[in-house]
Design a binder for this molecule. Structure first.
Ligand SMILES: [Zn+2]
Ligand SMILES: [Zn+2]
Length: 247
C-alpha cells in the first residue's frame, strides 16, 4: 500500500495552544496531538494522520535544565491503530529574558543561535513573533523601548524558526518509525509497543528494589498478544542510583 502525504492548507494549529501564550494549551501533549489529528481527518476525509506536539520547560527529571519534550502521534482510524513516540532532549535554546538595552538584546540573540533561530519580542501590549534578521530585531526593539521599559525577549520555539527543535523532531520521528516497524510476533500488526513498565530492578550491592526498570510488557493493539521482557537495561542497578546504598 502506498501512502500519499498531504498537508492541509491553512490548518490552524494555533487553536490548540501557542508557545507565546495567546492561546493556552488546554490539554496534555498526547490529548492535544489526538485533537489535531481528529480535526485534520475531519477536514480531509482521510483515515491516517501524523501530528507532532512540543513542550518546553525545565527537565522533568534533572530539573533546572531547559528541555524540549517532543511527541509524535500516528493514528490510523481504518485499522484502529495508534502509535506514539516521545523524546525529552536537553538540546534546546529555550530561554527568555527581560531586556532594557540593545546590548542585552544582541547578546541574548547571539546565545540563542540568531538569526538561524528566530526570537520574539514582547511588551505588555504587543507581541512580535518570528523575528529572524538583525535589522528587524533592532528596529522592533527601538520601537518598543520608546514607550516601555518592560520588554521581554524569548526564543521562538515554532519548528520553522528553530532548527535545533527540528533536529529533535527528526530524532523523535525515527523513534516513531522504529515503533511502526515493530510488529506483533503473532499477527504481524505494526506498532507492537510497550504498554507497561514495571520498576524495581534490584541494586547490585544490597538487592533492594530501585526505580529502574525490571520488566516491560508489550501488548498488540490488534490481537492482544502479550509478551514480557525482563531486565531491558541489564539485570541489576548501579548502587549509585540506589536509595538504600546512596540515599
Ligand atoms: Zn497481534
Ligand atoms: Zn543498594
Amino acid at each position: 500500500m502506498q501512502v500519499i502525504p498531504i498537508v492541509i492548507p491553512h490548518f490552524n494549529t494555533d487553536q490548540f495552544g501557542t508557545f507565546t501564550g495567546e492561546v493556552e494549551r488546554a490539554n496534555d501533549p498526547l490529548t492535544t496531538a489526538r485533537l489535531k489529528i481528529k480535526d485534520a481527518l475531519r477536514i480531509s476525509g482521510e483515515t491516517l494522520a501524523v501530528a507532532s506536539e512540543g513542550s518546553f520547560g525545565t527537565h522533568p527529571q534533572i530539573g533546572f535544565v531547559p528541555a524540549d519534550q517532543e511527541l509524535l502521534l500516528l493514528i490510523d482510524t481504518k485499522n484502529k491503530l495508534e502509535i506514539v513516540a516521545s523524546k525529552i532532549s536537553t538540546n534546546t535554546n529555550y530561554a527568555q529574558q527581560s531586556v532594557t538595552t540593545w546590548e542585552e538584546v544582541r547578546s541574548f540573540a547571539k546565545e540563542a543561535g540568531f538569526p538561524s533561530h528566530g526570537v520574539t519580542l514582547r511588551s505588555l501590549t504587543t507581541l512580535h513573533k518570528g523575528i529572524s534578521d538583525w535589522k528587524l530585531l533592532q528596529q522592533t526593539f527601538e520601537q518598543l523601548i520608546v514607550s516601555t521599559s518592560s520588554i521581554q525577549i524569548e526564543t521562538d520555539m515554532r519548528a520553522i524558526y528553530n532548527p535545533t527543535r527540528m533536529k529533535v523532531i527528526e530524532e523523535t520521528t525515527q523513534l516513531l518509525l522504529d515503533k511502526i516497524n515493530s510488529t506483533c510476533p503473532s499477527c504481524h500488526f505494526p506498532g507492537f509497543d510497550i504498554q507497561e513498565r514495571v520498576t524495581g530492578l534490584p541494586c547490585r550491592l544490597c538487592n533492594s528494589p530501585t526505580s529502574f526498570t525490571f520488566k516491560l510488557t508489550y501488548i498488540c493493539q490488534h490481537c492482544s498478544y502479550k509478551s514480557e521482557k525482563l531486565f531491558p537495561d541489564g539485570d541489576s542497578c548501579d548502587p549509585m542510583y540506589c536509595n538504600e546504598c546512596n540515599p
